[in-house]
Design a binder for this molecule. Structure first.
Ligand SMILES: CC(C)=CCC/C(C)=C/CC/C(C)=C/COP(=O)(O)OP(=O)(O)O
Length: 232
């Protein structure tokens, strides 16, 4: 969700307002996704790197997160309207207690929803996720005194925070940026990156449709290549 602060500046809004408008865009995009039948959506809401922003900005973002996470479990929220199970993904120990508790409550409250899955990456970076997964895999081997003492890829994947969802088909990053910024590096090997030239608060239905069309074009090409036996 790139570009919230630039949107604030461009529209002479007070600092932090861009993130509020960004949250409204997020809710609209989720509604479009669920209406189109997208079952898994993962959002990059706050990276471990984001903790390096000014203490005031971090605090105001955490306050916003707490407020919005609590709102997610209201009866009329999109999450409940569409039967969405929510996961918070990342190094949740790094969050303040109120945000962590709100996240845990939202995961509990939506635990029985099964029509779609929303994974919210918060205090997340991909390298941190991979490091934790490798560490936990090694500890598991050590504790179980497994005769097969070497870890393999399936061990690491079982311990990924993202183990609750399949690998993504499309990553959408706004404001024309084509960097992954430490997001889903392990999971995005075969993924389309779509980068519309708008700030996150300006994203709309047409961008989602374009992303899906690009994806379909890309995979038609790959499937045709497979049919004629070429290397992809
Ligand atoms: C509960 C829940 C899911 C809440 C989400 C709240 C929300 C909209 C968070 C976005 C935070 C963020 C760092 C956005 C990136 O824009 P930026 O600050 O990097 O903007 P810039 O690219 O213009 O600097």
């Amino acid at each position: 969700m790139d570009g919230n602060r630039r949107y604030s500046k461009q529209h002479n809004l007070i600092e932090g307002e861009g993130h509020r408008v960004g949250f409204t865009s997020l809710m609209s995009m989720l509604k479009y996704c669920y209406e189109l039948g997208v079952k898994y959506v993962t959002i990059y809401a706050f990276s471990i790197e984001n903790f390096k922003r000014s203490p005031e900005e971090v605090q105001s973002l955490m306050d916003l997160m707490e407020e919005k996470i609590k709102g997610l479990i209201n009866e009329e929220s999109i999450v409940n309207q569409y039967g969405v199970r929510v996961y918070f993904i990342g190094n949740l120990k790094l969050l303040s207690k109120p945000v962590r508790l709100a996240a845990e409550r939202a995961m509990d409250a939506t635990g029985k929803n099964s029509r779609a899955v929303l994974s919210i990456c918060i205090a997340y970076t991909s390298t941190d996720e991979i490091f934790h997964a490798v560490l936990e895999s090694c500890e598991e081997k050590r504790d179980k005194k497994d005769e097969k003492s070497v870890i393999d890829v399936t061990d690491i994947e079982r311990h990924m925070y993202m183990g609750v969802t399949p690998d993504p088909d499309i990553i959408i990053r706004t404001s024309g940026e084509t960097r992954l910024s430490n997001f889903l590096l392990w999971q995005s090997g075969d993924c389309l990156l779509y980068s519309p030239p708008v700030l996150w608060p300006e994203i709309g239905f047409r961008h989602l449709v374009q992303a899906v069309l690009d994806f379909q074009k890309h995979f038609c090409y790959i499937n045709n290549q497979k049919k004629i036996g070429s290397e992809v």
